[in-house]
Write a protein that binds this ligand. Structure first.
Ligand SMILES: [Zn+2]
Length: 143
């Protein structure tokens, strides 16, 4: 087992489904942060068998709606003075703005770049959303 020092102050994205860590690393654009960041893959986990973990040694705004769309098993821990001061379980968001595009090519959000795509959860199981503008159902797959 690789030992990684615990961070003193920052964010730990834990319980990532094994194999999704790199996708999340890229979606959150962590390579461009300029802070120490580690991505741990295939870490043994009692609950999940294997998991990925991302540790960021600073406070950054983590988009929990996007994390919920990619992987709803994630927990985000905020660390201060080496202690967890806040723990957030992400979930599939009810309302989403911007993170993906409407599957209807004639939708105003696709034809007019000024209109931000906006969706409401339609079906949790299939992770599909209905467009606020044209009501088209879009299945989300950020992987
Ligand atoms: Zn639409």
């Amino acid at each position: 087992m690789i030992e990684v020092a615990s961070i003193k102050r920052g964010i730990v994205i834990d319980h990532i489904t094994a194999g999704k860590g790199l996708l999340i690393f890229n979606k959150l654009n962590l390579a461009s942060l300029g802070y120490p960041v580690v991505l741990l893959m295939n870490v043994p986990s009692g609950r999940m068998g294997k998991k990925d973990i991302i540790k960021i040694e600073n406070f950054v705004d983590v988009d929990t709606a996007m994390l919920g769309l990619i992987d709803s098993s994630i927990t985000v821990n905020v660390i201060e003075s080496e202690h967890v001061t806040n723990k957030v379980r992400v979930s599939i968001p009810q309302d989403v703005k911007g993170l993906f595009t409407c599957s209807n090519p004639r939708c105003v959000t696709n034809t007019d770049s000024y209109v931000m795509p906006s969706f409401r959860l339609h079906d949790k199981k299939s992770c599909s959303y209905s467009c606020e503008y044209c009501e088209e159902i879009t299945r989300v797959n950020l992987a």
